[in-house]
Design a protein around this ligand. Structure first.
Ligand code: LLP
Length: 421
C-alpha cells in the first residue's frame, strides 16, 4: 500500500496533487511520501516485536538525508556500504552505534572513518578485509565489533544481477569455511566477534530462500557457540521484494517474514538486525515525467518523455517493470492504446516500456512511474549531460524540495581545463 492515489481525477502524493509539484519544480523529478516510508518501516519494526532487534535501513536504496531523518526519527538504524553513505547517515543525525557497515571492499580509510566516528558493527566479507579492520582498530587502540558475512549458497530466485547468496557470487565467505575464519577472527586482538551476517539477494518474492539461508545461520550459530564464540547478534540482510505491478501476485508481507525469522532463529536468543531497503523506499516514491512528443513509428507509437535511462536506470539495467500511469486520471471507459515509452537519450536501451497500454496521450501530459523510490534517484547519472533530477518529499499537505535540480552551469563548471588547453 502507498499514498499515491487518484482523487477527483488527479494523482495525489498524500494530500498534494502531483501536478502542483510538477508546476513548482518542473519535470522530471522524484517524489516520496513520508507516510509510506513511515508505514513500511513500522511494518518491519512491528514484525519483529517481542524480539530484541534493530531495523537498519539499507540506505543505498534511497539516501537523501530527508529520507534518512524521516526513518531515524522512528528509531531506524542504517546499513551503509561506503564512506559516503556513512558520512551521509551521520550528517542526517544517525548515531554511530546504529550504523552497520556492509560491502565487499571497505578501504583502510573507510574503516578508519567508521571506527573513529562510531560504528555498531562491520559486516566483514573476507579474510584480507578482516585483517585490515584489525590493523586499524589496533592502531586506534580500540576493538572493532564485527560479524562475518557468510554465503549460504542458496538460490535467491531473483534477477541474476541482484542475487548474492550463491557460491559463485563475490559476497561473504563460504559457510563451509566459517569455522576457520571465525577462529582467525577470534585470534586477532583488534576485533570483537559478536555475530553472523547473511544477505542473499534483492527483490525476493518467496520466503523459501530466506528459510533455507536462515536455517543454515541457525545451525552455524550453534556450531560457533560450541567452538567458544559469543554469537549474540544475527544480521539477516535485506531483500524482501515488493509488488511492481498491481496485477501480479503480491510478495510475502513483512509480518510473514518476521514470523519466519522468529521460527528459524527465535530459539537462539540473539539480537536480530535486518537491512531492508527496497521494501521501505520502493513504493514510497514516484518518478514524474512529461511527454515531449508523441511520435508515430512504423506499426507503433512512441511516447517520448523528458525522463530517461540516466534518471531511472532499472528498466535498461534489469529489464525491470515499472507501472507508468497518467497524472490526470483518464475518464472511465477511455480506450487505451499501446505505446513504446522512451526517453531522449541516444541509445535504444533508453526504453522504459514496450507496447504499454495507456489512455491516449498528448505532448505536455504528465506520467508517473510507480515503485521508483528505491534504486531510482541513487542510481541516476548525468549521461548525455542531463543534470540530476530533483527530489521532493511530501508530508500530508506539504511538500519540500529535498534536493534541488542543479543548474546547467553547476553541472558544466565542475569540469576543470588543464593549463595546456
Ligand atoms: N543488505 C545488503 C548487504 C545489500 O547488498 C542490499 C542490497 C540490501 C541489504 C538491501 O536489499 P533490499 O532490501 O533493497 O532488497 N539496484 C538493484 C538492487 C541492488 C541491491 C543491492 N543490495 C535494483 O535496482 O533492483
Amino acid at each position: 500500500m502507498d499514498h499515491f492515489l487518484y482523487r477527483d481525477g488527479a494523482l495525489y502524493a498524500e494530500d498534494v496533487p502531483v501536478a502542483e509539484i510538477a508546476a513548482a519544480v518542473g519535470t522530471p523529478f522524484y517524489v516520496y511520501s513520508t507516510a509510506t516510508l513511515e508505514r513500511h518501516f513500522k511494518l518491519f519494526d512491528e514484525a519483529l516485536e517481542g524480539t530484541e532487534h534493530l531495523v537498519c535501513y539499507a540506505m543505498k536504496a534511497a539516501s537523501n538525508q530527508a529520507i534518512l531523518k524521516t526513518l531515524a526519527k522512528l528509531g531506524a538504524g542504517m546499513d551503509v556500504v561506503s564512506q559516503g553513505e556513512y558520512l551521509r547517515a551521520r550528517a542526517a543525525g544517525v548515531p554511530g552505534d546504529k550504523i552497520v557497515f556492509s560491502g565487499v571492499g571497505k578501504t583502510y580509510e573507510e574503516i578508519h572513518t567508521a571506527l573513529t566516528g562510531g560504528i555498531r558493527q562491520f559486516n566483514v566479507e573476507s579474510e584480507p578485509e578482516m585483517i585490515v579492520i584489525d590493523q586499524v582498530a589496533q592502531k586506534l587502540g580500540v576493538k572493532a565489533p564485527i560479524t562475518i558475512r557468510v554465503n549460504p549458497d542458496v538460490d535467491a530466485k531473483t534477477h541474476a544481477k541482484i542475487a548474492t547468496g550463491k557460491s559463485e557470487n563475490k559476497f561473504g565467505i563460504p559457510i563451509s569455511r566459517a569455522k576457520e575464519v571465525y577462529a582467525l577472527a577470534a585470534s586477532l586482538p583488534g576485533l570483537e566477534v559478536i555475530g553472523i551476517d547473511c544477505h542473499i539477494g534483492s527483490q525476493l518474492t518467496d520466503l523459501e530462500p530466506f528459510r533455507l539461508a536462515y536455517e543454515k545461520v541457525a545451525e552455524l550459530t550453534e556450531t560457533l557457540r560450541a567452538e567458544g564464540h559469543n554469537i549474540r547478534r544475527l544480521d539477516l540482510g535485506g531483500g524482501l521484494g515488493i509488488p511492481y505491478t498491481r496485477s501480479n501476485e503480491a510478495p510475502p508481507l513483512p509480518v510473514e517474514y518476521g514470523q519466519l525469522i522468529k521460527d528459524t532463529l527465535g530459539h537462539l536468543d540473539c539480537e536480530i538486525e535486518i537491512e531492508p531497503g527496497r521494501l521501505i523506499a520502493g513504493n514510497a516514491g514516484l518518478m514524474v515525467s512529461k511527454v515531449i512528443y508523441v511520435k508515430s513509428g512504423e506499426g507503433r507509437d512512441f511516447l517520448i518523455i523528458d525522463g530517461a535511462m540516466n534518471d531511472l536506470i532499472r528498466p535498461a539495467m534489469y529489464e525491470a517493470h515499472h507501472d507508468i500511469i497518467p497524472v490526470i486520471e483518464p475518464v472511465p471507459g477511455t480506450e487505451q492504446q499501446p505505446y513504446d515509452i522512451v526517453g531522449p537519450v541516444c541509445e535504444s536501451g533508453d526504453t522504459f516500456a514496450k507496447q504499454r497500454n495507456l489512455a491516449p496521450m498528448v505532448a505536455g501530459d504528465l506520467v508517473a512511474f510507480r515503485s521508483a523510490g528505491a534504486y531510482g534517484a541513487v542510481m541516476a547519472s548525468e549521461y548525455n549531460s542531463r543534470p540530476l533530477i530533483p527530489e521532493v518529499l511530501v508530508h500530508g499537505d506539504q511538500f519540500a524540495v529535498i534536493r534541488e535540480r542543479p543548474s546547467f552551469d553547476e553541472m558544466i563548471n565542475r569540469d576543470t581545463i588543464p593549463a595546456w588547453l
